[in-house]
Design a protein around this ligand. Structure first.
Ligand SMILES: C[S@@+](CC[C@H](N)C(=O)[O-])C[C@H]1O[C@@H](n2cnc3c(N)ncnc32)[C@H](O)[C@@H]1O
Length: 337
């Protein structure tokens, strides 16, 4: 019964193509999960790892309510699995899902869309309660007939089994501007284990530097009643794009050997009354043409590294992103000559 209900929900997600439809479908999915969950998820089981903080099971459950994030990821993953099943018609598709949370939101709803012989998945989470919750959901929905392994482990150090060639790797373990959560450390570990044909989702996370006025930029504060598409928002007209700092993708070229990224030095604006904030903007290419732009989700909200009012004797700035522990941004400045 639940499996059928989920199949109807996910079908509506795949078919939905307006923001209001996306929101409606995401709410239905969120209600479905709340009804099926047997326990109240804990807010106290955050885990600190070398690379970031893994959300509590309650925090991870709440991610389903980041509506456009949830819908765009599910759509992108559906397209990626569909592509892989067409590319490899003779065998099952191996999926590694790192950081599944208590709902396995990005894969569980899609299972009824595919024949169980075509899916072979490993789901990881560092949080024991989240793994327990996914076991429960699979049991009550009858989706435990699929070939799924649930493993409580750290995805930053996890090594896949030798006979498991990853066709699709999924991880959404990020906060805006890649701060706080361990997305980069996890992706760095996964891409080492991904074969050339393997798909990484998200395919790209683009990190840009801009001078702007943060308070005038679009920012998602409350998804329940203010989700908009980027096209419906009023971008701040004086926003100055400075540079793309790096992109996280399968190649991971700019930061693959380090736990730190250091940018070039950029000229600071002399007159900054209209653009006082040095900000990081995040965009996500989930898969192919499915993208999350600024402020369409909490994870693509803009982030201010520093206000120019506090560094106005300086002429150039360098941005540093360090993900060796809890990921964070800092900066260096050059003095005026
Ligand atoms: C932002 S939540 C997303 C949950 C779910 N995948 C979704 O998209 O709704 C991230 C999840 O990744 C897990 N996680 C974070 N770091 C991890 C790590 N190093 N190893 C395994 N799981 C991790 C957290 O415990 C949390 O459940």
């Amino acid at each position: 019964m639940y499996k059928q209900e989920l199949a109807i929900i996910v079908q509506s997600i795949i078919e939905s193509n307006t923001i209001s439809d996306h929101v409606k479908c995401a709410k239905t999915l969120s209600d479905f999960y709340s009804r099926l969950s047997s326990v109240k998820h804990s807010i106290q089981n955050e885990v600190s790892v070398k690379g970031g903080i893994a959300l509590s099971s309650s925090g991870a459950a709440d991610c389903v309510d980041d509506y456009l994030r949830t819908i765009y990821f599910i759509k992108g993953i559906y397209n990626a699995i569909t592509k892989l099943t067409a590319d490899f018609p003779e065998r099952s598709i191996n999926i590694l899902y790192a950081g599944c949370g208590p709902y396995a939101t990005l894969i569980l709803p899609l299972l009824p869309m595919f024949n169980k012989e075509r899916i072979n998945a490993i789901l990881l989470d560092i949080n024991a309660e989240s793994i327990e919750s996914v076991h429960h959901l699979l049991k009550v929905t009858g989706l435990n007939e699929y070939s799924l392994q649930l493993i409580e482990t750290d995805a930053i150090t996890y090594t896949k089994p030798k006979d498991f060639t990853i066709d699709l790797a999924i991880s959404e373990t990020m906060h805006y501007a890649l701060t706080r959560e361990p997305q980069v450390a996890i992706v760095k570990n996964i891409v080492k284990q991904l074969p050339p044909h393997g798909i990484l989702i998200p395919e790209e996370i683009r990190i840009d530097l801009a001078y702007t006025f943060l308070d005038h930029e679009p920012s998602l504060k409350n998804a329940i009643d203010e989700v908009k598409s980027y096209n419906q928002m009023q971008p701040y007209p004086h926003h100055v794009f400075v540079d793309r700092l790096f992109t996280i993708n399968k190649e991971l070229s700019s930061i693959s050997h380090y736990s730190k990224f250091e940018s070039d030095f950029y000229n600071l604006p002399e007159n900054f009354a209209k653009i006082p904030d040095v900000c990081i903007f995040t965009e996500i290419k989930v898969f192919e043409d499915i993208e999350l732009k600024t402020a369409e989700s909490y994870i693509t909200n803009p982030y201010c590294v520093v206000s120019l009012y506090s560094i106005n004797d300086w002429s150039k700035i360098q941005l540093i992103y360090d993900f060796s522990e809890i990921p964070k941004w800092s900066y260096n400045v050059n003095a005026l000559k």
